[in-house]
Design a protein around this ligand. Structure first.
Ligand SMILES: O=C(O)[C@H](O)[C@@H](O)[C@H](O)[C@H](O)COP(=O)(O)O
Length: 265
């Protein structure tokens, strides 16, 4: 378990947040391309795709450091709902509409890794999770040769109950140690059937970033950052497991009243 603290950044609003999220993501990109000439990331649903698009689709200064090289990106899903890819609840559809469809051709096209939609209507989403894990194995080498996939960056949201990915407070899935991808059939946030990266995969990433905005988040942010009782919340477990690899991009209303010290970039 990591000992160093996560970084908590706070900005006046979503525009200022997006301006800082962009160089953060692009620094992660540069380090990943230097390491293995590919940038492997995982993204969540909710408000995250729109924030990411606001950061990355803004005009840059044209320098290589400030330019997304999307043709080197492999985008996986931190969690996904067991619905067809054109369903309104699909995180893939959300990312496609918010970001993928809007990337100018000259920036190249990322390789997206959606779920296998042939299995979205199965009674049990386990097959969907197993197939997604196989997709990860193809990208991150066979599971036997690497214990866990190491993403260059995982981008997460924080639910009002402290969930992240589809890892919900008090759920058995939080104890999963072996699987890379797990199935859940009783998600408290609809729709109930989903797949999710597991906690060990999330905390093994080289960089982990949360985006949390709006006054609706301030109570749960206090629990996650300031209270003992909040230590078992999924977001707090990511903080404990990821330590200084974790960065929170928030706006001021989301962290109003939070005493945890702010970092600056
Ligand atoms: O597919 C999902 O349901 C999400 O991945 C989920 O974990 C989300 O990130 C949080 O619920 C925060 O959502 P907001 O960013 O919309 O608050």
């Amino acid at each position: 378990m990591a000992t160093a603290q996560p970084n908590l950044y706070s900005y006046p609003g979503i525009d200022a947040l997006a301006k800082q999220l962009r160089p953060y993501v692009l620094r992660c990109q540069a380090a990943a391309l230097a390491r293995h000439d590919t940038f492997r990331i995982a993204v969540s649903g909710g408000s995250l795709p729109a924030a990411l698009a606001r950061a990355l689709l803004a005009p840059g200064n044209g320098s290589p450091e400030d330019t997304p090289q999307f043709n080197k990106w492999h985008i996986f899903f931190a969690d996904e709902r067991a619905v067809p890819l054109d369903h309104k609840d699909s995180n893939y559809l959300l990312l496609k509409e918010e970001l993928l469809d809007k990337i100018p051709a000259e920036l190249g096209a990322p390789t997206a890794h959606p779920i296998d939609e042939k299995h979205v209507h199965d009674e049990d989403p386990q097959e969907l999770a197993d197939l997604y894990q196989k997709d990860l194995m193809r990208s991150f080498a066979a599971k036997d040769s690497v214990k866990l996939p190491v993403f260059d960056l995982i981008l997460l949201g924080c639910g009002p109950d402290g969930h992240t990915c589809s890892l919900f407070p008090g759920h058995d899935l939080l104890r999963e140690k072996d699987a890379w991808v797990a199935a859940i059939s009783d998600s408290p946030k609809p729709p109930p059937k989903r797949i999710t990266l597991t906690l060990p995969v999330v905390t093994s990433a080289i960089n982990i970033a949360f985006v949390a905005t709006g006054g609706g988040k301030k109570d749960i942010m206090k629990e996650i950052f300031d209270s003992e009782e909040g230590r078992s919340l999924p977001c707090a477990l990511v903080n404990q497991g990821g330590g200084e690899k974790v960065s929170w991009f928030t706006d001021n209303p989301a962290v109003e009243g939070v005493s945890f010290p702010r970092s600056s970039l």
